[in-house]
Unconditional design. Sequence first.
Length: 347
Amino acid sequence: MAQNGVVCGIDTHADLHVAAVVDSTGRILAIAQFEAVKAGYARLAARLFGFGPVSAAGVEGTSSYGKGLASHLRGEGIDVVEVIRPNRQRRRLNGKSDPADAVAAARAVLSGEASAVPKTGDGPVEAIRALSIVRSSAIKARTQAANQIRDLIRTGPDHLRDRLHILTTSQRVDVCAHLRITDRLTTADRGTRTALRMLARRHQTLTKEITELTRQLDELVTGTAPTLCALKGVGPDVAAKLLIAAGDNPHRLHNEAAFAALCGVSPLDASSGKHQRHRLNRGGNRQANNALWTITLVRMSSDPRTRAYVERRTKEGLTKTEIVRCLKRYIARETHHAILNDLPQLT
């Protein structure tokens, strides 16, 4: 990190942020608290510039509580660096307070320990992320409704169980949505029928919502990343996961190895003494990792080039798990180049 100006570290929260300003030697110049609103961001920026040139600002939670602040600081021409909160062991040794976290964030930027450029979150990928969240929650709610319909049928009156338990989920939903409720029914039967009918109609409403969200996502993803979607084994769902991991500014990742690390497919060195080996990376974005796994399975089953690679590596003594790890690493390189092609760097 450049030593030509002050560095700011910010510990972010829902309502209030705490900022610490340090000089090029790490000496604390000021610690202040401000509201997590636009006016508070402006006051922070004005105070920062009062100390002279600003080298950078380290912000915690740039994708959550600190997103608005990071966007405002970028608009003021300040380089924003994403800071990961201190690990638990360090917190147990040194204690925990908002000012201490802000100072730690500033010094992490100053030392170069924190250097990641955060996602901008101001383009089509942000729209894809938002729609994906809603679609995912709708799918979970629909599955929950279907499971509740199934369980109510199992524990319901005999005539309902005999009639409905053999049906598929969609058939059950269609029948239950039109169940009649009359005064001649027993209280238990009437209550069960009412519950089944309401759950079935909820299921139908969620299905319509999911269908519309899927249509919008497919159009947005294919329009945003045509090169990525054209790759073998990459559908809109898989492409969306990879785009969300890369963000609207994928060039913040210095190279394809950084993207592989982000997706958790870069092998980690686990050598010791005379033993040279690598182990599985269990970190990274797990949704992106799952997307690469999906592409790998599709290609292993239907892509001639991939099948030939699997056959050759199997003869060399590699297990299927090891081959999958290698393929995921290669696919990370290919998808990264496609994403950079689809989302050119803004000047």
